[in-house]
Unconditional design. Structure first.
Ligand SMILES: C[S@@+](CC[C@H](N)C(=O)[O-])C[C@H]1O[C@@H](n2cnc3c(N)ncnc32)[C@H](O)[C@@H]1O
Length: 222
């Protein structure tokens, strides 16, 4: 994934306009803002799981959703940005995966899943706006089918070059333990990952090491 430019969002710009503008103006020569490749941490976490139904929250241009679809999952992928979902749908068609992914434009601050999934996933669901991430993730917990999993991958440290790494006013990034605690899980849930993982990436022509917070939990069968 390419990194976002973290100029602070202005209070008078709403979240939809912000993300829409970012996706429309941030496109590279390939028509995408992000790399189009699955996030390595997401792929590592999902590899080996038995495919089923999956819900992705904040799918952006759909690289992770398309990887899931290509690995046998039947995916519903939600994002706020029309521009991002247009790119996602285009690539789904190009890759012959259009019938395996449903792209849904919705504002997660108010959206409630209406069914349960074998895998609910969110990657880098960060926003420079006031964003009820914890409430969204608790709704995600409720959407996990018995025996299914929730995977939450996020930044554990501000990415080098993001402009936030030395910014004392930058919003704090939750540790994996804080993410886990915020999910408010029942005692019978199984914690399969609660860790930080290093990931090598290229940023602006430099090799950097990113730190991902990874939480993966499994709902019991009964
Ligand atoms: C940092 S990007 C991550 C995108 C993608 N998951 C990835 O890893 O490349 C955050 C995503 O969350 C989406 N988003 C932000 N606020 C949202 C909201 N209220 N409802 C739905 N999606 C939202 C943005 O449009 C953006 O695609």
């Amino acid at each position: 994934m390419k990194e976002m430019h973290h100029d602070h969002a202005r209070a008078d710009v709403d979240a939809f306009d912000f993300w829409e503008n970012r996706y429309r103006t941030g496109r590279g020569d390939d028509g995408r803002m992000w790399s189009g490749r699955v996030n390595a941490t997401v792929a590592a976490q999902v590899t080996g799981l038995t495919p089923g139904s999956a819900l992705e929250l904040g799918c952006g241009e759909g690289a992770d959703a398309l990887w899931l679809a290509g690995h046998g999952w039947k995916v519903t992928a939600v994002d706020l940005s029309t521009a991002a979902l247009e790119v996602a749908a285009l690539h789904a068609t190009r890759e012959g995966l259009a019938d395996r992914v449903t792209w849904q434009r919705a504002d997660l601050t108010t959206w409630h899943p209406t069914q349960e999934y074998d895998l609910v996933t969110s990657a880098f669901l960060h926003s420079p706006f006031e964003f009820p991430r914890e409430a969204i993730l608790r709704r995600a917990v409720a959407a996990v089918a018995p025996g299914g999993r929730l995977l939450v991958v996020g930044h554990a440290a501000s990415p080098p070059g993001s402009g936030h790494e030395h910014d004392p006013d930058a919003p704090p990034l939750p540790t994996p333990a804080e993410v886990l605690a915020s999910l408010d899980l029942g005692e019978d849930w199984i914690v399969e990952s609660n860790t930080t993982v290093q990931r090598d990436a290229a940023r602006g022509g430099h090799d950097v090491t990113l730190l991902d917070a990874v939480v993966r939990v499994r709902r019991p069968m009964h």
